[in-house]
Design a protein around this ligand. Structure first.
Ligand code: UT7
Length: 303
């Protein structure tokens, strides 16, 4: 765990600035030897245990990450081997902070098609590896982590509706623009961001995609029991909930303890709220993510 005070000893920032501008109090940082697949492995084991199934029962593994272990093989394949879930298809999805809703939607569609019965969907990141620790405008915002869910074929509703979008014309406002050349990263290998541009777009598209998703199943924001937006910044969460007319009391907020963990933020928040008893079976939960690309999407799910 790394507190805001810890960061203030490394860069020109303060606990007060970070708390008031972002709502972040602390973040978890992976040990140097821990990779995305290691965090994913822990999250996957907990999800399997909660679902009461074995790794061998999985038909599909999808990992959302922008900080994979390797260029290839995919982190999903590395995870599959760690779980001992041989032979089922496994692949990564790269949609940055919207990665988990992308992966969930893909898994849902595979299951609906009848191709697979049980899917493991993981969001995992070690963003600490792509942060410029001398850039106070970005390094204070992110953390490492992983969260996972199991999706299974059933006659209950589960995922009621989902919508994904992307607009590559905004690629420049949030990126890690380094390139691979001759076996080396050339150019800038660190995360760069126009924070205010991301902020404004994030609030707009989260509101739009939430409404679009609810409309697909003839629901209103008032029908949402719990809203779980991507945990980027408490001000983005508050503004999104306010635009949608959803009470802050129905909005799950874990950015204070995890910071922005990109593709891991939504499943981590879901996990916290399920384990502390707020989200219960039968609740209608709206997950909404936005990230570099720009990518964004929402999944409305009955737990
Ligand atoms: O998954 C999506 C990822 N992206 C995001 O979540 C980013 C969304 N954007 C944001 O969350 C906000 O734009 C930030 C938190 C990044 C920045 O907040 P802001 O209210 O937009 O601040 P700002 O960029 O306008 O900066 C205000 C001041 C500047 O100083 P001057 O020019 O007013 O003297 C910055 O240099 O705050 C300064 N500043 C800091 N000061 C202390 C920037 N970072 C820090 C820092 N500590 N860590």
């Amino acid at each position: 765990m790394s507190s805001n005070a810890d960061l203030a000893s490394r860069v020109d920032t303060s606990d007060e600035w970070i708390r008031t501008r972002t709502g972040i109090h602390q973040r978890h940082l992976a040990d140097p030897g821990q990779m995305s697949s290691d965090l994913a492995h822990q999250a996957a084991l907990q999800a399997l245990s909660a679902a009461g199934i074995a790794a061998a029962d999985l038909d599909l593994i999808i990992v959302a990450t922008s900080t994979p272990d390797f260029i290839f093989p995919s982190t999903a394949c590395v995870l599959q081997a760690k779980l001992g879930a041989a032979r089922c298809p496994a692949f990564d999805v790269q949609a940055v902070c919207a990665g988990f809703v992308y992966a969930l939607d893909i898994a849902d569609k595979f299951i609906r098609s009848g191709a697979y019965k049980r899917a493991l969907v993981v969001g995992t990141e070690v963003f600490s590896r792509i942060l410029d620790w001398s850039d106070r405008g970005t390094c204070v915002l992110f953390g490492d982590g992983a969260g996972a869910v199991i999706l299974a074929a059933a006659d209950r509703p589960g995922v009621r509706a989902s919508v994904l979008h992307a607009d590559g014309s905004h690629a420049g406002i949030l990126s890690t623009p380094g390139q691979l050349c001759g076996g080396k990263v050339t150019g800038d290998p660190f995360l760069r961001m126009d924070g205010q541009a991301v902020f404004k777009l994030a609030v707009r598209v989260l509101d739009e995609v939430a409404r679009e998703t609810l409309a697909l199943c003839e629901m209103q924001p008032a029908d949402v029991d719990w809203l779980i937006p991507h945990q980027a910044n408490v001000r983005i969460l508050d503004a999104t909930a306010k635009k949608l007319g959803i009470s802050p009391a129905k909005t799950i907020m874990t950015v204070d303890r995890h910071a922005n963990t990109s593709a891991a933020s939504i499943p981590l928040a879901l996990d916290v709220a399920v384990r502390d008893g707020r989200i219960k079976a039968g609740d209608k939960v709206l997950l909404a993510g936005v990230g570099g690309g720009l990518t964004w999407g929402a999944v409305f799910v009955e737990i």
